[in-house]
Design a protein around this ligand. Sequence first.
Ligand code: NAP
Length: 313
Amino acid sequence: MSESIVITRQLPGLQDMIEILPENWKVWISPHERNLRKEELIEKAHDATGILVFGERITEEVLEQLPKLKAITTYSVGLDHIDLEAAARRNITVANLPDEVTYTTAELGMTLILACTRRLLEADRIVRKSNPYFSNSSLICGNNLQGKTLGVVGFGRIGQRVAKMAKAFEMNIIYYNRSKKPDAEKELNAEYRELDQLLNEADVVILCVPGGEETKHLIGSREISLLKPTAIIVNIARGTVVDEQALTEALKEGRIKAAGLDVYEREPRTTPGLVELDNVILTPHIGTTTLEAQLQMTARALEKLRDSLLNRK
Ligand code: NAP
């Protein structure tokens, strides 16, 4: 049977890999490099049986207007933009990409940790500011990671991979997670802590929990107040996990040392005042943005969408 597919965005390698989908399937690919707006999605996918989405919000209201839909694949590990219960009620299969993004996202986490501890962007700005540049160690003194404690909040695939990388920098690992992970504890020589204790003890905190209601503002002003004044916090999870206003104020007042953020509470907007701060490093949600990861993700996303539809028959 022929299926009707909508792919909501241009993806790396897509043209070369489209043959992963059976030849007789009808495929519409958005010409845009951005997500489709809600109205565009509804218009283009009205008769679709399968959609490959990027970060578009797939709500009950959207699903109501896609009556033929049987399968959704999202080009991400995160599923917080999809109403999973509404999809299940309609017997729509939902697939994500849990394994393709782990290394690459963890590597960005490690990059942000290093950039914060060695004050990389401040150092870059010193060289650009004047020629000859003026620098001395009190202007740009960083810290070693060696011997410091990394607190991983969310000890799943990405959190454990960051911990593995941090071991190479001779860091000690503590973690907080909703369930304890005895195998990973053994493998990574990691110790469990309750969240408050972890925030109190860690030199660097990295957030690796999923987004959604359950983790909304897991790190709020009370939790931020538990951090050491020398602490660095890195968020590669979802912006909603952190109260961004409270974090901006803490950074501004020097109550913590620095932050590295790849995700934002109201993406793609940032909290007013955040971008003016020197002690924060900001990236535009590039956790999985490497050529290697994206090519792999495109292939797997097409395979998963194809298999979801074929397996339903
Ligand atoms: P994962 O393997 O499912 O790991 C998530 C971990 O968080 C699990 O160990 C889970 O515990 C734990 N957890 C869930 N809810 C919790 C809560 N309320 N309190 C404490 N721990 C909780 O997922 P992953 O592959 O590591 O990905 C994690 C998240 O990273 C994704 O959901 C996505 O939002 C984000 N991400 C961001 C980017 C980016 O571009 N910045 C890229 C990829 C992923 P259990 O084991 O008990 O379930």
